[in-house]
Structures are given as C-alpha cells and as structure tokens.
Design a protein around this ligand. Structure first.
Ligand code: BES
Ligand code: ZN
Length: 635
C-alpha cells in the first residue's frame, strides 16, 4: 500500500519536473535517463577483491531474497548478467564472506543448467572467493545462497532496539567491503552494476532499497536501479517503516514515531539539492529520500543512492547537525557519480564530499556557519593527526592487506577538504567551481584513481594557469604525511567572541550565570568546550555543568565533546550519562573514542567501561564490535 502511494508521488514528481520547470532544467532532464554502463578495461588493481574483472564483468544483479528474522538470515538467489571480456576463459571469481552457497546454475540454450563451483578458504579481511567454472561463456549465472547471522554487512535488531519496540529491524551497510557478506558479487568500487530485487518480508514489515521502489507485487517488495552503481552502494532495510514526502524530489522513511520530528529537522533537503545543482550540475538520481535508522547504526550517514541511511542522533530539534544530510547528498556527485576506484583512494569520495557538503552549508545556511563547521572539523583532524601513524596521514593510503575499516579516520575527510579548499582559494571560485563541475560531468558513472584526478587537475588548472599551484605542492598534499603549511586556517568571528567570553569567565570577570544568557548556537558551544583548558577545577566544572547542562544535553555532538573533556578531567559526575549514552547509541564516531579514552584513563575506568561493553556489545553493529573488541583485549 505504502509502496503504491510512493509510486504515485514519484510519478507526480516526474510529471511536475517536466511540466513546470524552467527551460534550462528541462534540458538537464536528459541526464536522468539511464546512463550506459560501459565495460572498459580496469587498469588499477584493487587488492580488496578476488574478482577477475578483466576476464568477465557483472553488469546487472537480480536479487530474490527472503528476510527471516528468526534465523537472522537472508536467503534466495542472485542472478548475475555477465559480459565476457577474454575469449580464453569461462571462469568467474566472485567475492563472498560467510555465505552458504547451495547451488550455482548457468543459463544456456534457454535453460538453467547446474554449474561447477567451489568456495575457497576464507581470508580474515577479504572473505572467500567463489570460483565458478563454466563450460561456456554464459550470459547469466544464478547463485542460490544464504547469509550468516553474523554477516558483517547486516545488522539484525531486536524489537527493543527500535523506536516502536513492536517489530524487529534489519539493515545493510555495505561500504567498504561488506556487500560480499550478503551478495555474491564483484565487490570492488571499480565495477558498476544496475540491479533489481524482489524482497519478501514478514508482515507488516516494509522493505526499502537504494533503488526505485516499484511497490509490493504479491508478497514481495520490488525494486529497480537503472543507474550503474558499485556494489558498496547496494543497500536494503526492513522494518516498520512509513513514508512522508517533503518536496517534489525528497521524502523520509522512518519508524512512525520518528517520522514527524525527522521531517521537521530535514525539510531543507530540497533546498540543498537545488543549491548543489546550481554549483555542480544536475542531480542524476531523480528521487532523494532519507531513511532514519535506529540508533545502533554505526555511522552518521551512508550515501546509498536515492535513499541515504541516517542516524537518528542528528535529529537535534534545531537543525544544528544537518550538515550530515548535506554530506550524504553531496555524495550523489562525489562518490556515487564519480567513484573512487579502490579504497586507497577513499579521499576522492570523502574529501570531495566534505568540501561539497561545506559549500552546500554555505549556500543554504550562510558563510558563518560553514566556517564554524570548517574550524570544528579541522580540530578533529588535528586530534587524529596526533594519534595516527604517519603513513595513515597521507591522502592516498596503502591498505596492503589491512581491513579498510581499520584505516578509517578524519584524514580522507578533512585533509581532503582542506586540500580542495586550498585549491579553491589559490585559483578562485571563478576557475575552481567550473573545474569541479567539469570533473563530475566527465567522469560521471565512472570509477577513477587519485592519479587520474591529478592528471585532470594538472591539465585543467595547474597548466592552464601556471605559477599558482605547482605539481610538487599537489603531490605533497597527496603523498606526504601530515598537514602542509599551506593548509587553509579557517577563522570564525563568532568563535573569536566565544573565546573572549571564555577568557573573561576564566579570569572571573564574568559569572557562569552570565554565560547562560548568551544566545549561542550549538557550534559556538562546541567550540567553547573544545577550547576549555586542562586546568579547570572540579568546582568550575560542576558550576559550568549546573548552569549550562552539558551532561544532560540532548545534542549528541555536545554530549560527545563534553564527555571527552569530562573523562580526561576525571569529572566523575558525568559517568551515569556516559553509560546511558554508550548503551543507547551505536555510532562508531562517538562510542569508539569514548571506550578508548575510558580504557586509557585508569584501571577503575577501564574495568567500568569493560563492564558496560560486555552488556552493550550484542546491541552494536558487527563493525563497531570489531573496532571495540581490541580495546578490551590489550590488558
Ligand atoms: N560513506 C561514509 C561512511 C563510510 C565511509 C562507511 C567509509 C564505510 C566506509 C559516509 O558518507 C560518511 O562519511 N558519514 C559521516 C558523515 C559526516 C562526515 C558528516 C559519518 O558517518 O559520520
Ligand atoms: Zn561520506
């Protein structure tokens, strides 16, 4: 039923785009038609895949899956359409992790015939190769399989972990290399596929995917994704979900009790799309919806095409954290349209997206806010730079057999953002903006490497406008550790004022009660906490907390910043709130540093945090578990 409503809204949306938009937009409509999925040879080796991508290419995936909450399994078939690239081979290697394969067939002379297959030994990072040896270069293979209850890319939530507490919930998180834990596939960002799916769910649960919903047909929810995307963008969620449209292109899927607050928080999404189109060209995915997940979701957001997955911890009630929506939306250009060819090039996705995110924030919420967000993210980067090994502070990293999840940090995001901001300031927006637009257009629906980007930058900007930025400087940004001296230094007037107030308060020229009177935004308070000196007395901390209510804040970012500071100051009054936070939120960005900090603080805090983790572990995503387990195995 809901699917049908959505289809009607969608059709209305398409109609209204054509009927009432100005001419320049109608011209752009041609971009909305499904682009060609070109099969070009792949020159950059992705060490995270087993797939023999230059022998054979998967072009389309058709999934028929049943969600079983009792056994915590997806089971069914994946039918893969193939293009053979080398005459000498009829072997196809697919990526899998913890899949049980029951059958493989190939399509030959209008019939499905049994195929020969073997599942190789599993590698802890890459999983196991599924090797299928065919007698002919068949157009299609069909793999019948089931996932493991421990699938690294799926989380099965008990009903207690949802907002409604009536029904269980399941969702996928495929980036970086977890699609293989629920689909046997060529799991590399260098390969793009279109997909379709039929998903059977227990009543009354709804399935949603990173695709167009074709509604419920019989017992299954049907989907189709006409634009070619890498495997890490295939996504699914099943739960008690309702939909509300926000504008001609945007809407929200959420549990019923969360829907209204999410719509109120994120109703600027259409304005964000409009702003990005003006800067960087058409939005190529027609619809842009948000799915609000339960708080166990390990990320802030995930840019699944047409349907970004969003943590509920950004519903702050005052739009203070909506840069996350700008970020996931920005991926519709950087990442989903132009994709990093390997996970060593992650900065091409995340650095560009952080830059575009900030440009969107400037357009929609003004320069002041954009600059404050720059400053705060640079502060986070500087923390990471101190803690990381030098090799991991380069934009282009070498994973060399390491799990991409372990190499995750602020470096690709914020150092990448600062690099692009540096280029923007050096060349000026009049030259830099058209370059970025050209780059998104030229490489649309392709996957590219850092080298390809540098080549393009070199020919389009460095060589055209000589004497502004040298290739050496560019290479320094990309391959040298740390932050170059030329890195921009975001300055916010609002923050200067906050600093003055804080100084006056520290000098006892300003009462704590007077701080309560200032009309600061969340960002100003975040800055205030960020620059608190290490020598505050317990009395001062109690006074701040009593007047300003940091410990009890309803803003997850303020809580996180305050908890970090409080733990490092041994301000134990914060502990009950920290415990509640760790037991209710699964977002890695918050919980991993908090556990780390507690574990490093004192034996008492280590044991205390270990106890909390023992209880909370089962409620965390497998990815969060693998990040936190090592913290409590060291001592
Ligand atoms: N694509 C990322 C999440 C991700 C990256 C998952 C790498 C797995 C591997 C997503 O777009 C993201 O960056 N989310 C951030 C948003 C923030 C920077 C505004 C997050 O989750 O906090
Ligand atoms: Zn991102």
């Amino acid at each position: 039923m809901k699917g049908i409503v959505k289809t009607i809204i969608f059709q209305f949306a398409v109609f209204s785009v054509i009927a009432c938009t100005p001419i320049e937009k109608q011209v752009q409509v041609k971009h909305d038609s499904a682009p060609e999925n070109k099969v070009a040879p792949i020159s950059v080796a992705d060490e995270m895949t087993y797939a023999n991508v230059n022998d054979v290419r998967v072009k389309h995936v058709d999934l028929t899956l049943t969600t079983d909450f009792k056994s915590k399994k997806l089971s069914g078939t994946a039918e893969l359409q193939l293009v053979w690239l080398r005459e000498s081979t009829t072997t196809i290697k697919l990526d899998t992790r913890d899949l049980t394969i029951s059958d493989v067939r190939y399509w030959h002379k209008n019939a499905w015939l049994p195929g020969q297959f073997s599942l190789q030994d599993a590698d802890p990072v890459k999983g196991a190769a599924l090797v299928i040896e065919l007698p002919v270069a068949a157009d299609k293979v069909m793999v019948e399989y089931a996932t493991s209850p421990k699938a690294s890319g799926l989380q099965w939530l008990d009903k207690e972990q949802t907002a409604g507490k009536q029904h269980p919930f399941m969702y996928s998180q495929s980036q970086a290399i977890h699609a293989r834990s629920w689909i046997p596939i060529q799991d590399t960002p260098a390969v793009r596929v279109t997909y379709s799916a039929k998903i059977t769910t227990p009543s009354p649960l709804t399935a949603v995917m990173s695709a167009t919903s074709n509604g419920k047909v019989g017992t299954a929810f049907e989907f189709s994704m006409p634009q070619p995307i890498p495997a890490y963008l295939i996504a699914i969620a099943v739960g008690e979900l309702e939909y509300q449209a926000m504008s001609r292109q945007t809407g929200i899927w959420a549990e019923p009790s969360v829907l209204a607050s999410a719509v109120a928080e994120f109703d600027d999404t259409q304005a964000m799309i409009d702003a990005t189109e003006k800067l960087y060209g058409p939005y190529r995915w027609q619809q842009y919806d948000l799915l609000i997940l339960p708080p166990a979701f390990p990320f802030g957001g995930m840019e699944n095409p047409r349907l970004s997955f969003i943590t509920p911890t950004v519903i702050a009630g005052d739009k203070s954290l909506v840069n996350l929506i700008a970020h996931e939306l920005a991926h519709s250009w950087s990442g989903n349209l132009v994709t990093n060819a390997t996970w060593n090039d992650l900065w091409l996705n995340e650095g560009f997206t952080s830059y575009v995110e900030n440009r969107i924030m400037e357009e929609v919420f003004g320069e002041q806010r954009a600059v404050m967000e720059q400053w705060l993210s640079v502060a986070g980067l500087k923390r990471d730079l101190k803690a990381l090994p030098a090799a991991d502070t380069r934009l282009r990293i070498e994973l060399k057999g390491r799990d991409p999840d372990d190499a995750f940090s602020d470096v690709p995001y914020v150092k990448g953002h600062m690099f692009l901001l540096y280029l923007e300031q050096a060349f000026g927006r009049d030259k830099f903006d058209p370059f970025i637009r050209y780059y998104f257009d030229k490489y649309a629906f392709q996957s590219i490497s850092t080298d390809q980007f540098v080549k393009e930058l070199n020919s389009q900007l460095l060589n055209k406008y000589p004497g502004i930025v040298s290739l050496e400087t560019v290479n320094q940004w990309i391959d040298q550790p740390g932050l170059p001296e030329s890195s921009p230094n975001p300055q916010s007037d609002a923050f200067v004022k906050v600093q003055q107030y804080q100084q006056a308060w520290l000098n006892r020229n300003l009462a704590t009660a007077a701080l309560k009177q200032v009309n600061w935004t969340v960002h100003e308070w975040l800055y205030f906490i960020e620059i608190l000196p290490a020598n505050l007395t317990m009395t001062q901390m109690r006074e701040l907390d009593r007047q300003l209510g940091f410990t009890q804040s309803t803003n997850a970012e303020i809580q996180f910043a305050w908890f970090r500071y409080a733990i490092s100051q041994d301000y134990v009054a914060v502990e009950p709130a920290v415990k509640t936070f760790l037991q209710s939120v699964g977002r890695k960005k918050f919980i991993v540093p908090l556990y780390q900090l507690l574990a490093e603080s004192s034996t008492r805090e280590y044991e205390w945090a270990k106890g909390i983790y023992a209880e909370a572990r089962a409620t965390y995503h497998p990815m969060a578990q693998s990040s936190i387990d090592p913290i409590f195995k060291q001592k």
